[in-house]
Every structure is written in structure tokens, then in C-alpha cells.
Design a protein around this ligand. Sequence first.
Ligand code: FBP
Length: 254
Amino acid sequence: MMEDYLKPFLKKGKAMFLAYDHGFEHGPKDLIGKSLDPEYILDLAVKGGYTGIILQKGIAEKYYTGTKYQRQIPLILKINGKTNLCSQEEPYSAINCRVEYAQQLGAQAVGYTIYLGSEKETKMFEDFGRIQEEAHRLNMAAIAWIYPRGKAVLNETSSEITQYAARVGLELGADLIKIKYPGSEEAMKEAIKAAGKTKVVLSGGPKIEEEEFLDEIKKVIKAGVIGVAVGRNVWQRDNALEITEKIKKIIFEV
Ligand code: FBP
């Protein structure tokens, strides 16, 4: 029987997550202006009505667990991570937190990045295999970021490879996958088909023009994603709350 592990994170069956693990993945250079402060981001997530916040362990421990935020917004704890300082040719992102500890910190889901096509993909499949079973044992959702990457991957966002990523997410037992925009509504539709009963959210990407970004969200929602997990396109702007309202309208008012 399939449990509804995603329930705490959905509103009307839809998801709007604020991602904030970039200080680790890209360095503080991404955290422009006020976004360097985790409390600013948590306030934004609550005020904006996000249905989940994505944090790494240290930020959860110091700014979320046992605070008012824990009562206000559900947590997806990202349990692996890497910096962009080392070679990105065959990426692997190491686990830095146990699923059980994520639960102790108040998380109801864990997130794990798989670099599909990397020479180290087998290790990531093993990791995620264990993580998914442990998460479900603890009644938590297992969310996979699936990013095709490595020398064998010629185009990280082609329609074909995005469908492959989506299918691997289903076959590995992810409750939800976070994938990048494959360039069109049609391509996203195909990826969603390949994902079967595994739900799909859009991964935001680097900051682009507001109109272009909102248009991308409209297209993927039409294609059938249940929502978005965004970071830079929201909190790298001065009008973070305003753009949040626009995103919310697109996701929830269809
Ligand atoms: P964005 O909306 O800012 O793209 O965030 C999504 C995300 O997956 C983050 O969770 C992560 O830190 C980042 O993108 C990784 O990006 P990449 O590996 O493509 O550089």
C-alpha cells in the first residue's frame, strides 16, 4: 500500500517549496543581500505561504528546530551536499545526516541529490535505496533531486534525459522528484508520464527575467507538475514576496 508521505507538504494537492541549500552548493556568493540571513528566508517562507522549506542540517539545528518556524512550516531536510569547488566532471554528493536525525530535527521529508550519468551514480543509487527505505520506515517522504550530470551526459536538460531522470525516480521509489526545466511544456509532459505515480516538481534554476520565469512555471503546471521548489529566482530579488504571490497564483489557482 502506498502511504501518503507527502501529505504534510501539500495544499490542494499542490506544492510550493523554498529551497535554501545554496550556501553549501554554490557558496555565500549566491546569498545576495538579506538572503545571507537564514531567519530572513524562514520569515519569507512563512509569510509567502510556502508549503515546505528545504534546509541543510546545520541551518535546521540553529534556526528551525524548536523555534516558531517549526510550528509554521514543514521541513524537508537535505541530507547530502557538495560544494562547487572540486571537479564537477563526475559529481558525487556525500551524505552528511542520517534520516533518523533529520526526523529528530523536525523534518517530515528528506532530500537527496542523484547525479544521473555520473561515474559515481551507482553509489548514489545505493545511498538513495537505503535512505528511501529508512524514510518510509519512519513515515517520512523521500524526495530525489535528479540532475543528469557528468562526462557521459551531453545535454543535461534534453527531453530524452529528463524522461530518463523521471523514470529512474519512479523505479527508485522516490515519492517526489525535483527536476530541471527540459525546455518546453511538451518535454515536461513526457517526463511526467515517465515518472508514473511519482510526483514531480520543477527545480527553479539560476535567476532569469521575472516574466520568463513565471512563464516557465505556467508551462510546467500545465504539463502536470504538482508545484515548484525554487530558490534563487525568489530570494535573489528585492521583491521576493511579490514574485511569491505571482507563483502562488499560478500553482493554486488553476
Ligand atoms: P534554485 O531554484 O535556486 O535553482 O534551487 C534549486 C537547487 O536544486 C538547490 O536546491 C541547489 O542548491 C541548487 O539548485 C543546485 O544547483 P546546481 O547543482 O544545478 O548548481
